[in-house]
Ligand binder design. Structure first.
Ligand code: AOF
Ligand code: ZN
Length: 373
């Protein structure tokens, strides 16, 4: 396998293109494609494409169409794709066949497709038609585009990020439940993007009752994109406490109201689907089962924006892949609640995390931690 600096340059462009679908590909992966050909002794990009939304054309097809629309002959071209071209008929026809039909002579992909319907078959299909295929260029960058998709395809669970806004003394809400506006506007804007890139946002009944959040995406830079859809807002309400008039049930997008037992109520608006998941012994919702259900629904990335009880429950069950802590320069004092309620009694039970990133966002600190397996 020998990649040169031109290969790296074109794959970097393909990754950049894939990022254009950051907030919209949802159940599908983010994929970019660049078609390159030597014209007048010079390597030139003749077509670019990226995947925008499930059901719409894949990156390769968009790149081929763009090249042909500009009058380019795609035969003999090299395709740089961030993901192995697909081999299956899904909502769209197989891209491997599309590349073969376009006469592409070489395909360089960054990673194989973890989707069991593909996983190597796209590469086989191309090679069977005498197309040269090399895989593995900028693989880590490609994996980073689709951490949620890869996790869902390989484990049946979505990738879970939990967000917490805390004070310098690690507190998240006053004992009264009052918790809004701990962090500044810049941190809240960051959370908007975190929500927008997630297929579902999970919160708990306590947050809905005390804070009455809408939990939707309002970022003016994202909302106008016609392909953007609000994440599913999921309310975990084991004890059937929430009020149908809460803000979270209003507005655009789907809501799931989740409990472990059947709910006798038809007063929720039509966009609220009542999910009765099997409860744990204590009567609480089985959170792993909830995550599996979301993954079955095509959710790659889940964001948890919950109070100390629900966040603690997700953490203690080892269900959180990444914890993003926004720390405000405030001291809330010792009557305020801890970030997560964790019934631990000894140091040996402590949940260990790995610090991955530290940055200042406005007047707050953003600390990103990963789970240690
Ligand atoms: C590619 N290029 O741009 C994308 C791929 O239902 P479909 O037809 O959209 O297929 C979705 C699957 O296709 C998805 O799970 C993944 O395996 C692959 N996505 N493949 O070659 C693309 N979006
Ligand atoms: Zn495809």
């Amino acid at each position: 396998m020998g990649f040169n600096s031109n290969d790296a340059r074109f794959m970097a462009r393909a990754i950049q293109l894939a990022r254009k679908g950051w907030f919209t590909t949802r159940s599908n992966p983010r994929v970019g494609c660049v078609l390159v050909k030597t014209i007048n002794n010079e390597l030139q990009i003749i077509g670019e494409g990226w995947h925008q939304k499930p059901g719409l054309a894949h990156a390769e097809v968009n790149a081929i169409n763009a090249a042909q629309a500009n009058g380019h002959d795609t035969s003999g071209a090299t395709a740089y794709v961030t993901l192995e071209p697909c081999s299956h008929v899904g909502k769209t026809p197989p891209c491997a066949q599309g590349l073969i039909d376009a006469g592409v002579s070489k395909v360089i992909c960054a990673m194989t497709d973890p989707n069991p319907q593909v996983s190597g078959r796209g590469i086989d299909m191309l090679r069977e038609s005498e197309v040269l295929v090399e895989c593995g260029l900028m693989e880590q960058e490609a994996l980073d585009l689709n951490a949620g998709f890869v996790k869902r395809m390989t484990t049946g669970l979505p990738r879970v990020t939990a967000k917490a806004a805390i004070s310098l003394d690690g507190r998240t809400a006053m004992a009264s439940g009052e918790s809004q506006w701990i962090t500044g506007p810049e941190a809240r804007a960051d959370v908007q993007r975190l929500r927008a890139q997630s297929g579902a946002v999970i919160t708990g009944s306590g947050t809905v009752m005390f804070d009455d959040p809408s939990m939707n995406v309002r970022d003016e830079a994202i909302i106008p994109d016609p392909y953007f859809e609000q994440p599913v807002r999921v309310v975990v309400d084991s004890k059937h406490q929430v009020n149908p008039s809460a803000k979270i049930f209003k507005g655009q997008g789907q809501c799931w109201l989740v409990s472990g037992t059947k709910r006798e109520s038809d007063s929720f608006s039509h966009n609220v689907s009542l999910q009765n998941l099997e409860a744990c012994d204590s009567g609480y919702v089985n959170l792993e089962r909830l995550l599996r259900r979301l993954a079955e629904d095509g959710v790659n990335d889940v964001l948890i924006e919950a109070g100390s009880e629900l966040l603690g429950a997700f953490l203690i069950k080892g269900l959180v892949d990444e914890l993003q802590v926004f720390m405000a320069p405030k001291l809330l004092g010792n009557t305020a609640k801890a970030m997560a309620k964790l019934p631990l009694d000894s140091m040996s039970q402590a949940i260990n995390l790995e610090l991955r990133d530290v940055r200042q966002i406005g007047k707050d600190l953003k600390l990103t931690y990963n789970r240690v397996d």
